[in-house]
Design a protein around this ligand. Structure first.
Ligand SMILES: Cc1ncc(COP(=O)(O)O)c(C=O)c1O
Length: 389
């Protein structure tokens, strides 16, 4: 339970989720069984990807994606300077080097294809793109660039469950869902996401070669699962590579299936609320509302606003807190974390400006228009010029 009058996010859980958990408990099979298989099939259908593997969390999905692509020491992975730290942390985990690229603009805080191109070297093996807040990156340019240069394209789609690419110019991959736009995509079902299982994630791919490796790496490189052996489909197993235990469980898969059934409706509700915010915050001097005009296809995971300067952000966050309204910050610039101080940080000025001025406002399907107006009123009061006494 949240103590905030208006929390940043809130679960849409009800009798369906309760019944689903009870069904699994009564089945007495708790890990990697029919619920996980059904959820993976449904997730593959949602994204249009040939393969979907449920895993323990989004970070595990990213780790497996890097490992399946064979990324390791000596390799460079180009990625956004504005992202959750998971893609950078997993880069270090596999022994590769993170190379940070700038965002397009304060208006469009996704990775800039031109900045990616500038950072490609003979050592670049992969590019990670992150669909910030559920809004898609410039995928046609990124797909073309990665194909032309022979580097893998990884979608960090943790904000973008259910998003589709909708290009007004109709260029490929128009109409394709997030999760099937690059070589491999990673999703998170953490408690504040559009689809929630507590912890959890999925990694999707169209590539059969990667699918085999992802399947094996998820479960210790083993050739069969406990479920296969229980069903009598196998009596033993071999270990064909060094893997991990990143398996998913039946309880969370059942929750995921319930959440998938609500996803379309909930993402549409998020879109309505985001539109209400945009009306309520339009025209504030010096403020930027990113992704204006980018609503088509978005999963509307986050509603963010960029203040005129860091002080204005701090004042606004304090006023919202005072009013019982929770806010957040997506994200500090990766280069500014102590653990990443050694990573070259030249040419990411737009990311730094964004990271010091952005504020995340409450957004979840159960929010009301009146609550949105309540939040907007506090922001507007902070943005109004102070009259000289
Ligand atoms: C953009 C992004 N990437 C990666 C992750 C990592 O996912 P998880 O928390 O499920 O490990 C998250 C979730 O917090 C995220 O928002």
């Amino acid at each position: 339970m949240s103590n905030w009058r208006i929390p940043l996010s809130n679960l849409d859980y009800g009798p369906e989720e309760e019944a689903a958990v009870l069904r699994v408990l009564r089945s007495k099979w708790l890990s990697m069984g029919p619920e996980v298989q059904a959820f993976e099939r449904q997730f593959a259908e949602l994204t249009g990807a040939r393969h979907a593997f449920a895993v323990s969390n989004g970070t595990a999905a990213i780790h497996l994606a890097y490992l399946a692509l064979g990324l390791g020491p000596g390799d460079e992975i180009v990625q956004p300077a504005v992202n959750f730290v998971a893609s950078a942390n997993m880069t270090v985990a596999v022994g590769a080097a993170p190379v940070l690229a700038d965002i397009v603009s304060l208006d469009e805080p996704t990775i800039d294809p031109a900045e990616v191109e500038r950072r490609l070297t003979p050592r670049t093996r992969a590019v990670v793109v992150m669909h910030y807040g559920g809004y898609l990156c410039r995928m046609p340019e990124l797909v073309d660039l990665c194909r032309a240069r022979g580097v893998a394209l990884i979608e960090d789609a943790c904000h973008a469950v259910g998003a589709r690419y909708a290009d007004p110019r109709g260029r490929a991959p128009h109409g394709r869902a997030v999760g099937a736009l690059g070589d491999v995509a990673c999703f998170s079902f953490f408690s504040n996401k559009n689809l929630v299982t507590g912890e959890g994630g999925v990694v999707t791919t169209d590539r059969d070669d990667l699918a085999d490796r992802l399947r094996r790496l998820r479960s210790h490189g083993m050739t069969t699962l406990t479920w296969d052996r229980d069903r009598g489909h196998a009596s033993s197993y071999d270990v064909v590579c060094h893997g991990y235990n990143y398996r998913f469980d039946e309880l969370r898969a059942a929750l995921g299936a319930c959440q998938l059934a609500k996803l379309g409706r909930n993402n549409r509700r998020r879109a309505e609320l985001a539109a209400a915010y945009r009306r309520g915050l339009a025209g504030l001097p010096g403020w930027v509302l990113p992704f204006d005009g980018h609503a088509a296809g978005s999963a509307h995971h986050l509603m963010v606003a960029v203040a005129p300067d860091p002080d204005a952000r701090a004042r606004t966050a304090a006023a919202l807190k005072e009013a019982g309204i929770q806010t957040s910050l997506h994200y500090p610039c990766v280069a500014d974390f102590e653990a990443f101080r050694a990573v070259p940080a030249a040419g990411i000025d737009r990311s730094r400006a964004f990271a010091t001025r952005v504020i995340t406002l409450p957004l979840f399907p159960g929010l009301t228009e009146a609550q949105v107006e309540d939040v907007c009123r506090v922001v507007r009061a902070q943005a109004a010029p102070v009259s000289a006494a």
